[in-house]
Write a protein that binds this ligand. Structure first.
Ligand SMILES: *Cc1c(COP(=O)(O)O)cnc(C)c1O
Ligand SMILES: [Zn+2]
Length: 408
């Protein structure tokens, strides 16, 4: 049996097709390309039961991934993250079936590992020796580490403000790391110049077609973990939007395979008030977003002032009757503590943003009390040590814990 049922690349804007046998970046028209599969054939070859007993990583879905030969797979064991029920937090926000897909336990500590695993594996299969990418930190860390494992050289450009741990991950992996005094969009401009002569493969978000294929596996996993019964709502912290586009793509593929039926979940793009281009576009009913000037938020992974795939994110929101919500940084920080204290889960600020949005949408009645709601926590809280100020008493060796301290 074939390892992958990948067929070709398709431009969602002009419908031009490309082969997956060569290194490919954007379509000639400037649009990102989407990977297509021979689902018609696969439908008769694979069923959900065939997945039972396969390895607990995203490679269990290898027929629906673009790597054609298993020996090119570069893996650190990523995927099949827990889908945790959140009963105490759910009760607190009056959502009786609240779940969290926890990407904090994945290699490199964020779901960027999914995109890196599949993106780097395919790059290796296509003979890439050296790649470059702009990043807000987490993607650079993940791609540096997976590239190291693949024997590919990585050049990473990130803002000086990016979480400092992500710098250290790049340095540990011996990537060529550069910082820029600016935003991810500025890092993107610098990488754009560096890849012009074609020697460096451009691994920027959506400028290569395969990262999204890694991220889409979150959609497969959610469906499988709920025994192929789709939830009502999925909330996702949206920067470049790759995860949301990916989840939507995955669910459509499962529909085509006949593995899921009925309505798709309403997809929710969550952004920070300091950087909400998708929310603004959605509120205005637009098909594309406008560049968000002077963007700023503590949820660094979603500080993306203009996403290349914005039209695909918006399409997914409109097609599923979803919505887009902006939340405040101080609410994110408060929610992060609520989530940890009620459920024992230390989430990243991007993940906390999603819970703020769920709370808000429940209050507005957009989410019903008995709906099944999935919140994506995209990374580990421990990658962001500065989100919590630990102002606590210090004892001398002979001190006792008095009533005041105990009550705290
Ligand atoms: C990159 C990132 C996001 C946003 O992901 P996109 O797919 O680019 O929208 C969310 N959370 C974290 C922790 C991230 O690193
Ligand atoms: Zn095109």
């Amino acid at each position: 049996m074939r390892y992958s049922y990948v067929s070709h690349l398709l431009c969602p804007t002009c419908n031009k097709e490309y082969s997956t046998a060569h290194q490919q970046q954007l379509c000639a028209c400037g649009s990102p390309l989407l990977v297509q599969y021979d689902l018609e054939t696969l439908k008769h070859k694979l069923s959900p039961q065939d997945l039972i007993g396969r390895e607990g990583s995203l490679w269990r879905y290898h027929e629906l991934l673009p790597v054609e030969c298993s020996e090119h797979v570069v893996s650190l064991g990523e995927g099949m993250t827990p889908l945790l029920s959140m009963p105490r937090l759910g009760e607190d926000m009056e959502i009786s079936h609240l779940y969290m897909k926890d990407e904090g336990v994945i290699p490199t500590g964020t779901f960027k590992a999914r995109g890196a695993a599949v993106g780097v594996s395919k790059a290796k299969e296509l003979g890439v020796k050296e790649l470059a990418m702009p990043t807000n930190g987490n993607a650079g860390a993940a791609w540096s580490l997976y590239a190291a494992r693949a024997g590919i050289k990585a050049t990473i450009v990130m803002p000086t403000d990016a979480p400092s741990i992500t710098r250290k991950e790049c340095v540990a992996a011996d990537a060529n790391l550069l910082l820029v005094n600016g935003l991810i969009s500025d890092a993107g401009k610098i990488v754009g110049k560096a890849v012009k002569d074609g020697k460096l493969f451009d691994a920027s978000t959506l400028k290569e077609p395969y990262r999204i294929e890694g991220k889409k596996t979150m959609g497969f996993e959610i469906a499988e973990q709920l025994h192929w019964k789709l939830p009502d709502v999925i909330l996702y912290p949206t920067g470049g939007g790759v995860g949301l586009i990916g989840i939507y793509k995955a669910l459509r593929e499962l529909q085509e395979l006949g593995w899921v039926t009925g309505k798709l979940p309403r997809l929710v793009a969550v952004q920070a008030e300091g950087c909400a281009p998708i929310v603004k576009a959605w509120e205005e009913g637009k098909a594309v977003s406008a560049f968000w000037e002077s963007s700023s938020t503590i949820a660094f992974g979603i500080n993306v002032p203009k996403a290349l795939g914005d039209f695909l994110v918006l399409e997914a929101l409109y097609a599923t009757n979803g919505c887009a919500v902006a939340v405040k940084d101080d609410e994110i920080l408060a929610e992060l503590r609520t989530v940890a204290s009620l459920e024992g889960t230390f989430v990243c600020p991007e993940g906390a943003a999603v819970f703020v949005a769920a709370r808000q949408l429940r209050k507005d009645g957009w989410i019903g009390p008995d709906e099944t709601v999935i919140a994506l926590n995209t990374g580990a809280g421990i990658k962001y040590p500065n989100t919590i100020m630990a102002d606590v008493p210090i004892l001398q060796p002979d001190d006792e814990i008095d009533a005041v301290h105990h009550a705290k």
